[in-house]
Design a protein around this ligand. Structure first.
Ligand code: CA
Length: 230
């Protein structure tokens, strides 16, 4: 099997080289970009599985780049980890809301970097497996069956797709319009409040077993699937 390819988007050559050195040693393949423009070209040409995106870049912030990448369905399977020198809570939240899968605060140890990369890759790859498990919910993609606390849950097709999407992207906040794009499809015209209707139905179906708490409302931002408390 080919090595997992990681794109490093970082304008500081010394940091980039340090990261490349450790990633190669850990058996990954690497491609490097020193700005967002070159990163976007490499994403098309090299199809990396994961991007490490620095927060501060010369032509666009890493946050804006991440948002832009998430709006493009060609990057559906791309995992993104933000590198940030700013550790305060606000940045952590906005980083994850932009669509990053995780973030690492500088300075970080090579060991921490590799561990985070492996965790994120494991999580994003669970898309391929036939059964998705999160807390008490189990979703069998082959059989289209959902169980919650061992009890079968009957969902409409939209609720099923919504749950499957949320379970494959846990702990990440999606706005109503992002959910419309990803679950309903980018070219379908439906009003944003449609999302609320289906979220309500999904919660209702899960509520007898208490797993409706995994489908969380993030005020002013959208929805998130998480087995942790909101
Ligand atoms: Ca930088």
């Amino acid at each position: 099997m080919a090595a997992t390819k990681i794109l490093i988007v970082e304008d500081e050559a010394a940091i980039r080289e340090m990261i490349v050195f450790h990633l190669l040693r850990a058996g990954f393949d690497t491609v490097e970009a020193e700005n967002c423009r070159s990163a976007r070209e490499l994403l098309v040409d090299e199809r990396p599985q994961l991007a490490l995106v620095d927060w501060m870049l010369p032509d666009m912030s890493g946050l804006e780049l991440t948002r832009m990448l998430r709006r493009d369905s060609n990057n559906e399977d791309l995992a993104i980890i933000m590198l940030t020198a700013r550790a305060d809570e606000y940045d952590k939240v906005s980083g994850l809301e932009s669509g990053a899968d995780d973030y690492i605060t500088k300075p970080f140890s090579p060991r921490e970097l590799i561990a985070r990369i492996q965790t994120v890759l494991r999580r994003t790859r669970s898309t391929d497996s036939a059964t998705l498990d999160a807390g008490d919910i189990s979703l069998d993609t082959a059989g289209h069956r959902v169980t919650s606390a061992g009890i079968e849950v009957h969902l409409g097709p939209t609720e099923y797709r919504l749950l499957q999407f949320l379970m494959t992207h846990p702990d990440r906040v999606y706005s109503r319009s992002q959910l419309l794009d990803r679950v309903w499809g980018a070219n379908v015209y439906v009003e944003e409040r449609t999302v609320d209707v289906h979220v309500r139905r999904l919660r209702k179906a899960l509520s007898p077993t208490g797993t409706d708490a995994y489908v969380q409302t993030v005020r002013g931002a959208g929805y998130r699937f998480s087995t942790r408390d909101s």
